[in-house]
Design a protein around this ligand. Structure first.
Ligand SMILES: CC(C)(COP(=O)(O)OP(=O)(O)OC[C@H]1O[C@@H](n2cnc3c(N)ncnc32)[C@H](O)[C@@H]1OP(=O)(O)O)[C@@H](O)C(=O)NCCC(=O)NCCS
Length: 343
């Protein structure tokens, strides 16, 4: 047995299996980024790990011996896992390569939601295809092939099996609730979202996996997969950020700090800092934008993507001519202190 094992990350948790005995999802109460090499080696020895990115089983009876070797911060959780009625699921990630298994994808999604990795910093190539579409119910995740039998079983016991969603991704809050956030409607934030401290997500807000907020933010709009929002920014009610998962969009959208995307507005190119998009205006990457000087005189025309990452801009649709215009933004956006300091 080697006494030292360097890993990218390690997850120890509980998996759900379908009726064929396959793991369909994993909850990792222990998620370690670059775990202590001697603890990793001990877990590897106890779970017959043979190298690479691999999922292994760990008998609860063997866990007690690992507790004193574990980092202090996870010892209580590891001790609690000795009471598991099933083998624990242990995921070893040696290299951050395209995930090949459900436990591997779930560990990466946990790393993001625990803020141990930023969106875009993990290889998630093909993750969507690896995951299974599942029924998320009041009895946990159920393979769709097993669902009719489980529904019948519940009814025969006089109970209702409540199906909350049918999706590849579960809601984040059933796995991770990061410190200092407020989420009005938990079903609208998927596992794998990165929610920065001080973020409030209102009922209309949505955050996909591999996307999120850097710090304090007000989210009443949709943050699509891959989109990152800077601190101090405000996404108004019903606004949209374009994702790259479907629809052919290729621009990876980000929003800088202290921006305001107005209610029902939309964004299809990356914004710099202190920018505003007028309520109701959808600016796509190819939208032709008239540039206005301080006297509202047209001084040029640009495609919005040519303004990517530029700061202090205000975009509006001229309510008289219909043209999309861009001016220097002189208004500083400040989040409502009351709303963000009490998360
Ligand atoms: C774009 C926006 C920021 C402009 O607000 P503002 O800076 O306060 O500007 P004002 O409404 O005071 O307008 C300033 C001038 O521009 C003009 N103007 C504003 N919007 C215009 C438009 N779309 N087309 C033509 N002129 C416009 C105003 O008539 C005014 O003209 P004046 O100087 O001759 O009086 C604002 O309309 C907006 O959309 N805010 C988003 C708010 C929001 O959605 N929050 C989220 C809630 S959930």
């Amino acid at each position: 047995m080697t006494s030292s094992l360097s890993l990218h990350s390690l997850g120890i948790g509980l998996g759900t299996r379908n009726s064929r005995g396959e793991i369909i999802e994993v909850y990792y109460p222990i998620v370690l980024r670059e775990p202590d090499p001697s603890f990793a080696a001990s877990v590897a020895a106890a779970s017959a790990y043979a190298g690479g990115n691999a999922v292994c089983a760990l008998a609860p009876a063997t866990v007690s011996a690992l507790v004193p070797l574990a980092p202090q911060s996870v010892q209580d959780t590891l001790r609690a896992l000795t009471a598991a009625r099933q083998d624990l699921t242990v995921m070893f990630i040696a290299q951050d390569s395209a995930p090949a298994s459900i436990p591997e994808v779930y560990l990466k999604l946990h790393l993001l939601s625990h803020r141990l990795q930023k969106p875009h910093s993990l290889n998630l190539t093909g993750a969507f295809g690896v995951l299974q579409n599942l029924a998320w119910t009041n009895q946990g995740a159920i393979d769709l092939a097993d669902l009719p039998a489980r529904q019948l079983q519940a009814r025969l016991q006089g109970e209702l099996l409540e199906v909350m969603s049918v999706d590849k991704f579960p809601k984040m809050s059933n796995y991770v609730v990061p410190k200092g956030v407020r989420i009005a409607h938990t079903a609208r934030v998927r596992l794998g979202a990165y929610i920065g401290e001080g973020t409030t997500i209102m009922h209309e807000g949505f955050v996909n996996f591999n996307a999120g907020t850097e710090g304090p933010a007000m989210v009443e709009g949709r943050i699509s997969a891959g989109v990152m929002v800077g601190p101090g920014s405000d996404l108004g009610g019903g606004c949209s950020t374009m994702g790259t998962l479907s629809g052919g969009g290729t621009e990876v959208i980000s929003i800088g700090r202290d921006c305001l995307i107005g209610a029902n507005a939309g964004l299809g190119f990356p914004l710099g800092d202190r920018c505003i998009v007028e309520a109701g205006l959808y600016v796509t990457a190819g939208t032709k934008v008239l540039l206005l000087d301080k006297d509202n005189q047209v001084v040029g025309t640009r495609k919005a993507r040519e303004l990517s990452g530029k700061s202090d801009l205000l975009f509006r649709r001229n309510s008289v001519t219909g043209a999309v215009e861009c001016k220097a933004n002189k208004t500083a956006i400040a989040l409502n202190e009351e709303l963000h300091t009490h998360n």
